[in-house]
Structure formats: structure tokens, C-alpha cells
Design a protein around this ligand. Structure first.
Ligand code: SAM
Length: 186
């Protein structure tokens, strides 16, 4: 398939941008899949910061990293991504957000518009020129659509001389398919 799902397209964009030795953030570690991808790409010379408010998510993420011998260059941070700038040193080449709740976990512990927008704003400041921020957004849970709308409102007003913003969705799918926002700093 060349028409990728939102999550796969986010991975594709990150894979085309980030390289060995790079610096990246997984803003929502969850089950660790994006953290694993970032850790594989940047390798031992690079650095990955993975955030989650749930220790359970970080434990799952750690075991996946350990299995692939990739834990050494990943910092697992049990704090909200809205505090990203307190933990990250230097600039970033990629930031991945996968919003919503932890699959198989507590559905009340979801990302929220105010903290999501704050974290995206910090990411815009920390990202290098040419770097990419991907945000996969879901609308099927309470608050999800509101979060997406606020995010879209913020992103469509970014200065076009500084950022290029993509909004990707598969429009003939029922059941609230996820959407992708991707921002590249020019
Ligand atoms: N990227 C993950 C993966 O590959 O499995 C899935 C992420 S899951 C959809 C969303 C995660 O965001 C949950 O684990 C949740 O605990 C976390 N989360 C919610 N609010 C957060 C916040 N303010 N800062 C960081 N993580 C948060």
C-alpha cells in the first residue's frame, strides 16, 4: 500500500528526516512503539527522550528497549510533555505525539488540549531547521475532537515563512480514523 495510515505516514516522515546521531522526543511513550523506532534510527550516538505521565507506560517502553539492547541512549521521563523544556537539553530533529489514551490502559488518562498545545508550542521552539513534529490525533473518545480542533486552529496560524504544516486523513473511513498533523521547520 502506498496510501499509508496516519501512524504509518508519521513514521515514514520521521524516517525520512531523522538520522543516526540525531536527537528526538517521543512525547507520548505509551506502549513504546514510537520510542523504539526513534531509538533504532538515532543509534548509540543519538539521544531519545520519552515522556509519559504513566509509569506503567514507561515500564512497557523500557522492556521493549531492553529487548533490542537500545535502552542506553533513551531517557524515560515520568512527567507531562508540557514540561518538555525542563528535561531536554539542546535542540531536536524530531518530535512524535500520539494523542489519546494508552491502548489497554486507563481511558481516563488521556492527553488534554491545554497541555498538548503547550507541548507542541515548546516543540516548535526546540526543533531544528528541517526537523519534523508529527501529531497523530484521535476523535473517538470524549475530548478528542475538541483537542483536534484546538490543535488545527493553532497550527493553521503558524507563520508560513517559518513552518510548513501538513494535515493528513483518509476521508472515506467510518469510525473516526486517526488524523496526522506534521510540521516541518523551514
Ligand atoms: N506512542 C504510543 C505507542 O506507540 O504505543 C501510544 C501513545 S498513547 C495513544 C497516549 C499516551 O499519552 C498514554 O500512554 C498517556 O499516558 C500519555 N499521556 C497523556 N497525557 C500526557 C502528558 N501530558 N504527557 C505525556 N504523556 C501523556
Amino acid at each position: 500500500m502506498v496510501v499509508l495510515k496516519a501512524i504509518e505516514f508519521a513514521k515514514h516522515l520521521v524516517g525520512a528526516t531523522l538520522g543516526p546521531g540525531g536527537s528526538a522526543v517521543d512525547a507520548t511513550a505509551g506502549n513504546g512503539n514510537d520510542t523504539l523506532l526513534l531509538a533504532r534510527i538515532v543509534g548509540r550516538e543519538g539521544r531519545v527522550y520519552a515522556f509519559d505521565i504513566q509509569r506503567e507506560a514507561l515500564n512497557i517502553t523500557r522492556s521493549k528497549l531492553v529487548n533490542e539492547n537500545l535502552a542506553d541512549h533513551v531517557l524515560l521521563i515520568n512527567d507531562g510533555h508540557e514540561n518538555m523544556d525542563k528535561h531536554v537539553s539542546g535542540r531536536l530533529d524530531a518530535v512524535m505525539f500520539n494523542l489519546g489514551y494508552l491502548p489497554g490502559g486507563n481511558h481516563n488518562l488521556v492527553t488534554r488540549p491545554a497541555s498538548t498545545l503547550k507541548a507542541v508550542d515548546i516543540s516548535l521552539r526546540l526543533i531544528n531547521r528541517g526537523g519534523i513534529i508529527t501529531i497523530v490525533s484521535y476523535s473517538g473518545h470524549p475530548g478528542g475532537m475538541e483537542e483536534r480542533e484546538q490543535l488545527a486552529g493553532m497550527l493553521e496560524n503558524l507563520d508560513q515563512k517559518q513552518y510548513q504544516v501538513l494535515h493528513y486523513s483518509i476521508i472515506n473511513q467510518k469510525n473516526h480514523p486517526p488524523r496526522l498533523f506534521a510540521i516541518q521547520k523551514l
